[in-house]
Design a protein around this ligand. Structure first.
Ligand SMILES: [Zn+2]
Length: 286
């Protein structure tokens, strides 16, 4: 066999093997196991230990030693929508609410391991310098160092709407507001405008402070309207509001399955037992 021919065959075989490997890695991570998305709040909430910071350090160390590859939500989105290849052991780290210790405790430890996480912040707390929550200065520093700042709400996390006569209250986004002066509930348009206003305000503030518009939203309390009275549905309207505000992913809380691959607006996350020793994830091996 001529030398050129054998070189050519070797080249083709190598190309095929490389392509198959890439295909296998991409699809293995998708079909053979779920991609864990962990949902933290306060590091100080570990409650079963005296030193939450040390426990959290140990947890991240465990992920590191177990060969996990921390990926960003943007990487995950590209994987789902465009088939982009992920490292073999992907995991996503997220923190809700923007508590102060996200900066004081989580951020230095993430840096220690070279990890980036997503922080879903409540912008009104930064605006009003609410004690216990991240300031804009802290958020800006974290964003500048590569941490991902995304939206949780402006006022839509803390404000409980009046959702029925007798001052029944419910979540801001998950329900139509009851307009007591008119003795009726919000129309489609009124509900959607209220939801959109809060999302748009949050997006604008984050963009102004970090230089980058957020595109991912963790629903406050994981409520996207699934619990509301079916005669006053909001799910479709909220989804429209999200699309119009260029939000491309919606994240839930406390779902056993970490990913819902069929709907980017219903992405499940899991609250890890990180105060336990080790970092085994509950759905592995099922
Ligand atoms: Zn929250």
């Amino acid at each position: 066999m001529k030398k050129e021919t054998s070189t050519y065959i070797a080249f083709v075989v190598f190309g095929l093997v490389a392509a198959l490997t890439l295909y296998y890695v991409a699809h293995q991570s998708w079909t053979n196991k779920d991609i864990p998305m962990l949902d933290f709040h306060r590091v100080a909430d570990c409650n079963q230990t005296e030193d939450c910071e040390a426990e959290f350090d140990a947890y991240l160390g465990c992920l590191n030693n177990s060969g996990y590859d921390v990926i960003s939500l943007a990487q995950l989105e590209r994987h789902i929508t465009k088939g982009a290849v992920l490292p073999p052991n992907p995991i996503v780290l997220t923190f809700d609410d923007g508590f102060k210790d996200a900066y004081a405790t989580a951020y230095p430890l993430l840096k220690k391991y070279g990890y980036t996480a997503t922080f879903f912040v409540i912008t009104t707390h930064a605006e009003e310098a609410t004690p216990g929550y991240l300031s804009w200065q802290e958020i800006e520093e974290m964003a500048a160092s590569g941490q991902d700042i995304e939206l949780h709400a402006n006022i839509g996390h803390t404000n409980r709407s009046i959702i029925g006569p007798n001052v029944t209250r419910g979540t801001f986004f998950g329900n139509r507001r009851y307009l007591e002066n008119y003795s009726r509930w919000e129309t489609d348009k009124e509900y959607k405008n209220r939801a959109k206003d809060d999302l748009a305000t949050s997006i604008r503030l984050i963009r102004e402070h970090t230089g980058r518009a957020p595109h991912y939203w963790a629903y406050p309390y994981g409520d996207y309207g699934q619990f509301t009275d079916p005669s006053r549905p909001v799910e479709r309207l909220l989804r429209e509001a999200m699309t119009e505000e260029k939000i491309t992913m919606g994240l839930l809380v406390d779902k056993e399955m970490p990913i819902n691959a069929t709907d980017l607006y219903r992405m499940g996350r899991l609250k890890p037992d990180w105060h336990e020793s080790g970092c085994d994830l509950p759905w592995q091996g099922k």
